[in-house]
Design a protein around this ligand. Structure first.
Ligand code: MCA
Ligand code: AMP
Length: 500
């Protein structure tokens, strides 16, 4: 027996003294140190009673210690659940109650507020602050640097990542060892990631992109990671000078283009710029090439499926497309009404099958059955078409979803919160185009009789309930919402009316 993900990502580096994580102004962490500290934290998790399959949930700032916790959870046979640092109490309560983690790691400042909820599900609480300090660190520091890795099968769960849903309730995507390992191997090979690479990591580590696509491929390849707290333009410009690889969302690239320091000379050591999580405009792609001589490689994925398609490393990176299915992944473009496969070039529902596809939604067998078909194909909710030579273009979404700066926002969740306000009769949340975030969240509201809209009161209410990126950036007060003959709100009409 073995633990395939741990063995391939961390175990094999036990005697590797090369640099793994480099942070500006801080000591570097070698692969060997990373593996030793991972074992210390794995010992701590066991001490707190972690059993194989138990969840380890974390809501904490992006630190090296959090990456170590991820590694330790894998080594100890747990299931890693990472939560957006901006989630508010109500949002966190839902995840804790749904996932009932054995261990919950949070910022010391949040501990008190969340203790009532963790108490209800019997989670042990450890702390980790933005400097990597807290009880997690202090308790692990005194433990052994070796650990008997817990055996896991390829089909065992290793991560639970929540994605919002059209019904407003978030769904936990159950990811297995093999989902993550197969995808990391495929991407490493396709993008030729190797031990000479230096990857700029400025993404959050509570989503597939920053956690799995970036960290798993770097660990697998033994590549160095420039580990940045967040996207900060001057830090990124400096990092580009000394790195070979960047993984980002389209906002990274539009912000870089807006800065005159981005030149071909600056990017002369870079090997590859990768974009994903949201549509990259063909214009952005082309302007980036004019400025730097580099062709951004766009790829497409989902929390439930990891990466699905990619433009080629060697070959034409076609602007406005997300490339071809990964070598071990199948896609079908199916008619949205009949479910039958479309003829080449027709727009339809993108469905995907392969070792990358998740096991189902946590505690939601009905939702799983609706989206994961018996034949193994997962229904993405994205609409696309294939060119005659196999390049996929995403042309829309059947799901009511806004992607703002790479974060997914499901309007229903925001509408439910606004509808709690008695003064508001009804509301429609939708996305309009935004130069920085691609799309931005806005809301049309219809007030109850004799009520008037109070912007700051609404914002205070929403701010208590929802993470910042989900909050409407503008409100439009209407007499009524546009509806079709079936009574369905016409969000397309709203988008047309309010897009400027
Ligand atoms: C920050 N704000 C946002 C966003 N980010 N509002 C809407 N959408 C956002 N994405 C808020 C801030 O709280 C702040 O509010 C105001 O907007 C301005 O923030 P700013 O400082 O400009 O933003 P930032 O901190 O620089 O962040 C922008 C960002 C960041 C770098 C684009 O959002 C980001 O790192 N996004 C990446 C998300 C990601 O990793 N997605 C991958 C999901 P105020 O001023 O009011 O306080 S995984 C996935 O999608 C699949 C699997 C895939 O294919 O990868
Ligand atoms: P998430 O729920 O965070 O996993 O986001 C997955 C969704 O992001 C997909 O269903 C797509 O709608 C979108 N997405 C990811 N990559 C791309 C891309 N390159 N182009 C367009 N949309 C994308």
């Amino acid at each position: 027996m073995a633990n395939p993900l741990y063995d391939n990502l961390i175990g094999k580096h036990a005697t590797n003294d090369a640099c793994f994580l480099r942070q500006p102004g801080k000591p570097t962490v070698s692969f060997r140190q990373f593996s030793e500290r991972t074992s210390q934290v794995a010992n701590l998790l066991l001490k707190h009673g972690l059993k194989p399959g138990d969840r380890v949930a974390v809501q904490a700032s992006k630190t090296v210690e959090m990456v170590i916790l991820y590694g330790a959870t894998i080594q100890a046979g747990g299931v890693f659940l990472s939560l957006n640092t901006d989630y508010k109490k109500d949002e966190i309560s839902y995840f804790i109650k749904d996932a009932s983690p054995k261990i919950f790691v949070c910022d010391p400042q949040k501990r008190k507020e969340l203790e009532q909820i963790t108490g209800q599900v019997g989670s042990q609480v450890l702390t980790l602050d933005k400097n990597g300090q807290g009880s997690l660190q202090s308790q692990a520091n005194i433990l052994s640097k070796t650990f008997n890795t817990i055996d896991r099968r390829p089909d065992d769960l290793v991560a639970l990542l929540y994605t919002s849903g059209t019904t407003g309730r978030s769904k936990g995507a159950m990811l297995t060892q093999n989902n993550l390992l197969s995808n990391a191997r495929t991407l490493k090979n396709l993008w030729e990631i190797n031990e000479d690479d230096i990857l700029i990591h400025a993404l959050p580590i509570f989503h597939t992109h920053g956690l799995f696509v970036a960290l798993n491929t770097a660990l697998l390849a033994g590549a160095e990671v420039t580990f940045l707290q967040k996207f900060e333009i001057t830090e990124i410009i400096e990092a580009i000078r000394a790195s070979t690889l960047l993984m980002g969302v389209p906002t990274f690239y539009t912000r870089l283009l807006a800065d005159e320091r981005l030149t071909a000379h600056l990017a002369k050591n870079m090997r590859l710029f990768i974009s994903g999580s949201a549509p990259l405009l063909a214009d952005t792609h082309e302007e980036f090439t004019r400025r730097t001589g580099h062709y951004i490689l766009e790829r497409y994925g989902m929390t439930e499926t990891n990466m699905i398609t990619s433009n080629p490393y060697n070959g034409e990176r076609r602007p406005g497309t997300v490339g071809k299915p990964l070598p071990d992944v199948e896609i079908q473009i199916n008619d949205t009404q009949t479910g039958r496969e479309n003829a080449d070039g027709e727009i339809g529902m993108i469905e995907v099958r392969g070792p990358n596809v998740f096991k189902g939604y946590w505690n939601m067998p009905d939702k799983t059955a609706l989206e994961l078909k018996e034949n193994g194909f997962f229904i993405t909710g994205d609409l696309g078409k294939l060119s005659s030579d196999g390049y996929l273009s995403i042309v829309g979404r059947e799901k009511d979803l806004i992607i703002s700066g790479g974060y997914n926002v499901y309007p229903k969740e925001i509408e439910d919160v606004l509808n709690e306000l008695e003064k508001i009769d009804e509301t429609a949340v939708f996305g309009i185009s935004d130069n920085d975030f691609g799309e931005r969240v806005v809301a049309a509201v219809v007030m109850a009789e004799n009520e008037s809209f109070d912007k700051s009161e609404t914002e205070v209410f929403v701010n208590e309930k929802l993470a910042r990126y989900k909050q409407p950036k503008e409100y439009f007060v209407l007499k009524s919402l546009p509806r079709n003959s079936m009574g369905k709100v016409q969000k397309n009409e709203l988008r047309k009316q309010f897009s400027m």
